[in-house]
Design a protein around this ligand. Structure first.
Ligand code: NAX
Length: 327
């Protein structure tokens, strides 16, 4: 049987943590034959640490056969020791009266410290997924703060946007969501992201031809996917948690175990393709195999798509600019 791998999860006492940890411990992320040790990080705050203990009591009470150990931490330097996977979920939420630049710099501090800790103590092959917002920029900051680790091992979560787009297409076409291939979401995890079904197929048929309605794409589909997070908050009174945890599981599982040729969307540091500047952490179509992702290259970018991609890129470059002095 396989020896255990170490999985760090930050923000482990939060909403997403509560929807995520039980699924990781059940083997849904890394496989039903892969034991895991959970290294859980929360802020030192007494209430957060106590809540974390409560979650760990529940994990214990599940008696998961694959849960080989768990630890509670309040310092990233101990939480990330020897970790093979790091899911960075905890982040500073926007408080009342907080300006965008305050939010950016509060998170820049968190992700600089966590990037440095990963650099110092994590496995040299650690695979990092940043969920905490602003996810792309936080991933960029962590990557820049960890110069001894491979840049390509820092990723941001665009999978929730990808899954949201897939479900909207399934609903519109009346076809099963599982039959959708070659869908992607370009750019930032924010309402500016560009969900692109121009190349998508469903049961082998072109989605664009099936739908055949550019106005629907522009006026309904893109705003629905882009503003879905806000719609969930409006309906539930809380932000997406179970669907976000599910997307994190999908992202890591596909990265580690492979997508079997299927396109998935990951936020990855650019190597300059599609005119996205080097190192910008951008949503791209990728396929995954043997623990590596590979960018889908050579796709045609038409005028409408270029405009949308430039818009989401502009926002990301502004975010990066806002934290540049801290790196
Ligand atoms: P919660 O506020 O429920 O939980 C966050 C937890 O993180 C809290 O328990 C907090 O104490 C902890 N935390 C804060 N700073 C920390 C630090 N420096 N180290 C360790 N723990 C820390 O938020 P939740 O709903 O779980 O959302 C977590 C993050 O995911 C938020 O930033 C949210 O905006 C982001 N999201 C990202 C999504 C994506 O697709 N990329 C979608 C869902 C979600 O909105």
């Amino acid at each position: 049987s396989k020896s255990p791998v170490r999985v760090a999860v930050t923000g482990a006492a939060g909403q997403i943590g509560y929807a995520l940890l039980f699924r990781i411990a059940a083997g849904e992320m890394l496989g039903k034959d892969q034991p895991v040790v959970l290294q859980l990080l929360e802020i030192p705050d007494e209430k957060a640490q106590k809540a974390l203990k409560g979650v760990m009591m529940e994990l214990e009470d599940c008696a998961f056969p694959l849960l080989a150990g768990m630890e509670a931490h309040s310092d990233p330097m101990t939480a990330f020791k020897d970790v093979d996977y790091a899911l960075l979920v905890g982040a500073r939420p926007r408080g009342p009266g907080m300006e965008r630049k305050d939010l950016l710099s509060a998170n820049a501090q968190i992700f600089t410290a966590q990037g440095k800790a990963l650099n110092a103590v994590a496995s040299r092959n650690v695979k990092v997924l940043v969920v905490g917002n602003p996810a792309n920029t936080n991933a960029y900051i962590a990557m820049k703060s960890a110069p001894d680790l491979p840049r390509r091992n820092f990723t941001a979560m665009l999978r929730l946007d990808h899954n949201r787009a897939a479900s909207q297409i399934a609903a519109r076409t009346g076809k099963p969501v599982a039959s959708i291939e070659k869908l992607t979401v370009w750019g930032n995890h924010s309402p500016t992201m560009y969900a692109d079904y121009r190349f998508a197929t469903i049961g082998g048929q072109s989605v664009k031809q099936l739908i055949n309605d550019d106005a629907w794409n522009r006026d309904t589909f893109l705003p629905t996917v882009g503003k879905r997070g806000a719609a969930i908050i409006e309906a539930r009174g809380l932000s997406s948690a179970a669907s976000a945890a599910n997307a994190a599981i999908d992202h890591m599982r596909d990265w580690v175990l492979g997508s079997n040729g299927k396109w998935v969307t990951m936020g990855i540091p650019s190597d300059g393709q599609y005119d996205i500047p080097q190192d910008v952490v951008f949503g791209f179509p990728v396929t995954t195999e043997n623990g590596e992702y590979k960018l889908v290259e050579g796709l045609e970018i038409d005028a409408f798509s270029r405009e949308r991609i430039n818009l989401t890129l502009k926002e990301l470059l502004e975010e990066q600019d806002g934290v540049k002095h801290l790196l």
